[in-house]
Design a protein around this ligand. Structure first.
Ligand code: ARG
Length: 556
């Protein structure tokens, strides 16, 4: 924020020779303390050997009087900005591309590993969270200037493929085999797995197919490849609806050849030791238990695969960080292998796990047994159907119903802190009032129609003439200036919900501004100034919603 620099330089002038890089200005917690505050005089007072209030007073004396710096409490610095300062700050923000989102990530590369479903199964409601949270982080990091590699780490290897290959050959009709779908794969898996449970011969045959596949048998490899391609095709149909796009689909199988070398290295380093026939890394010292890196049957597991994967990603991409978006039940797995990776020397890369909580559906836990393991495709179809009911009275079409229905599903997830458990409810997701996707989309459409009536364009750059007079204008103006900060905080916390909260609050402040301030009927100068605020609000809302992967139709 620009004020950071202003106040920092006041610190520097008051106390030459000290480093004040840590100085930050934040919005005031209560308007009675002014508009902004800085509490850093308290941090530095001890080192300067001076009471904090005196430090603050010396700094205040070096701040331009138009910012009305005042010392309060034990040594807080409160700032009250003038109407002219606000107008200039708004014009400055409006003139910047991307509504002032700073390019903090320029020159830095990050890999984001998200969605990552298991192949040969249809995506269900449980897959929404990783896809939608990861997709929003992907967009936010790109907007901050990072080079993002969005990688879908498909579960595309493992014992299930023996069962599937056998099932495909013997449980499907010729027609099903010729026009293979993920639904048919799921069906033959269920049938084959049930037979394997009841019949030892069948089970052995499945295992034999798996061994053939692992040894590179051409027929089984070709079948496996076909299963994966069909799965990706089906997943991409969902991703298109959700507005998510991957740069690479490197599933677990991609790292098969890398795993033996990683395990050999762990042994050489003395990190992995034999235990009951398996090879394990002892992490008891960090209270992380014991991680198996090679099973007693000689096979590798999820830990080995993630270690091989990080080695490959680090060597190939040299990323500044890698972000993994998975459900919170995988926390121990990530803690374990992050620790092993650090011991192996992968310390230049920042490894981040973004865990998310469970999702229930209309108040009920999601489980196959409850019969509510809803397919993602069906959920999205239902979202569209319900949205169409809402928009068709207004002449809305299918395209609009998709924008609103899919937006509602996404926003209902993104408006919550990823770490919390959430409940998906149709009423809440599609509510036209309250913290919902449709509410924010309507707010955007309304500002567009206002701009159209005024003969201006909410999507273009605003005129740049700002004037801030009334309290509701001022509250909205201060809030609009926080947009770049909200995007930065969302990225730093790996929580798209920070941005969603910001947008919702902004829309509420806009709505009270709108109710209190006649616009089109005001005299020319006031009208122009207020339209300027409306246009900037519109741009910020659109930019912010798009960062969450939510479309912003101009007419609803
Ligand atoms: N396929 C896993 C699952 O369905 C998620 C993989 C996440 N990525 C990773 N590198 N472990 O839970």
């Amino acid at each position: 924020m620009k004020l950071d620099a202003t106040v920092r330089s006041a610190f520097e002038k008051a106390f030459p020779g000290e480093d004040f890089g840590f100085v930050r200005v934040t919005p005031a917690t209560d308007p009675k303390f002014g508009d902004y505050q800085c509490n850093d005089a308290l941090k530095i007072a001890k080192r300067l050997g001076m009471p904090p209030r005196e430090v603050a007073a010396k700094v205040a004396a070096n701040i331009d009087p138009s910012l009305k710096a005042e010392v309060a409490g034990p040594g807080f610095l409160n700032l009250t900005v003038s109407a002219a300062w606000l107008a200039a700050a708004l014009a400055d923000l409006a003139a910047k591309p991307g509504c002032g989102i700073p390019q903090n990530g320029a020159g830095k590369r990050v890999v984001i590993d998200y969605s990552s479903p298991n192949a040969a199964k249809q995506m269900h409601i449980g897959h929404i969270r990783s896809t939608v949270i990861g997709g929003a982080l992907d967009r936010i990091f790109r907007a901050l200037g990072y080079e993002v590699i969005a990688d879908n780490h498909l579960g595309d290897w493992g014992t299930q493929f023996g069962i599937l290959i056998k099932g495909y050959r013997e449980c499907l009709s010729d027609d099903e085999r010729a026009n293979l779908t993920v639904a048919a794969l799921e069906k033959c898996y269920v049938l084959s797995a049930a037979k394997a449970k009841a019949d030892e011969t069948w089970k052995d045959a499945c295992r034999a197919e798996l061994v053939k596949l692992q040894q590179g048998d051409a027929d089984n490899l070709a079948l496996w490849k076909r299963f994966i391609d069909i799965s990706i095709g089906e997943f991409e149909r969902m991703y298109a609806k959700l507005g998510v796009k991957f740069d690479t689909y490197r599933g677990e199988s991609y790292y098969n050849d890398v795993m033996p070398g990683v395990v050999a290295r762990l042994q050489e380093m003395g990190l992995a030791v034999e235990s009951e026939g398996a090879l394990v890394v002892n992490l008891e010292a960090e209270k992380l238990g014991v991680a198996i890196v090679r099973k007693s049957d000689g096979g590798y597991n999820y830990t080995t695969s993630d270690l091989a994967c990080v080695k490959t990603r680090v060597e190939e991409y040299v990323p500044e960080r890698i972000i993994y978006v998975t459900d919170a039940r995988q926390q121990l797995h990530f803690k374990q292998w992050f620790s092993i990776a650090a011991k192996m020397g992968y310390t230049d890369v920042k490894l981040v796990h973004v865990p998310f909580g469970l999702m229930s559906y209309q108040g009920k836990a999601i489980s196959t047994r409850e019969g509510n393991l809803i397919r993602l495709d069906d959920l999205l179809t239902e979202a569209k159907r319900r949205a169409l009911e809402i928009v068709q009275d207004r002449g809305g079409d299918e395209k609009l119903a998709e924008q609103i229905g899919y937006g509602a599903v996404k926003y209902s997830d993104l408006s919550h802190d990823p770490a919390t458990d959430i409940d998906f409810s149709w009423d809440k997701a599609l509510a036209l009032e309250g913290n919902s996707g449709p509410y924010l989309q309507y707010a955007y459409a309304r500002v567009c129609s206002l701009m159209a009536k005024a003969g201006a364009d909410a999507s273009g750059p605003s005129g740049g003439t700002f004037a801030v007079e009334t309290p509701s204008e001022k509250r909205l103006a201060l809030q609009l200036l926080e947009f770049p900060g909200a995007v930065v905080r969302a990225a730093e916390a790996y929580k798209p919900s920070v941005l969603a909260d910001y947008l919702f609050q902004t829309a509420q402040l806009y709505s009270s501004f709108y109710q209190n301030s006649p616009i089109l009927k005001s005299e020319a100068a006031v009208r122009e100034a207020r339209l300027g605020l409306c246009a900037l609000f519109g741009r910020i809302l659109r930019t912010g919603l798009n960062l969450l992967g939510i479309e912003t139709p101009q007419h609803i």
